[in-house]
Design a protein around this ligand. Sequence first.
Ligand code: GDP
Length: 202
Amino acid sequence: MNPFQAASFLLAAHELKQLPEDAGSEIVFAGRSNAGKSSALNALAGARKLARISRTPGRTQQLVVFTLDESRRLVDLPGYGYAKVPVELRQHWQPLIEAYLRQRRSLRALVLIMDIRHPLREYDRQLLGFCASLGLPCHCLLTKADKLSRGAASSTLQAVERELRDAGWPASAQLFSALKGTGVDSARERLAALLAPATGEA
Ligand code: GDP
């Protein structure tokens, strides 16, 4: 069973206090604009329109929450790296995102979406380093893997895995293509495991 198939839009939050109760488990999705985050969310859910909600004007600077069931959620962060975004907005959401990552007790992991042709750019590294400092596990999806040959894609994956290991970050990586379906099942399995309640938890 694909737990992400049941994903449905709950709310878009501009402030942490608008988020649902901090209980159960949550996974957050982050990535540079255009890396393929919406496509990845849709591919995981098996629904074409799921993440379009995140892109409606006015919602692009909010945390968009999808529920999977009564205790598990996905959270979509605004894409970063857009020079066009006004400074005031950036000043609002960077502390918001940091506070979210720092304070959210139900947060189990961050999924970092990176275009396989441009992995580990500066803000990606900052985010991974920040999560590592919080002890938050990260799983990287190297998206658009179909844009590279099989050999080039697997050597990029190895290079990324080496960098993650050398940095000492609690992060894993895999190939992903929303277009071809590559890595969709293994990403679902990995995320479902990260969302599973710890033994002994209600
Ligand atoms: P977002 O800004 O990170 O949400 O990115 P989108 O999901 O909107 O994707 C940005 C662009 O990349 C769109 O033109 C997508 O069609 C394209 N794209 C996304 N995923 C893939 C993929 O797996 N393969 C290919 N070839 N293109 C993709």
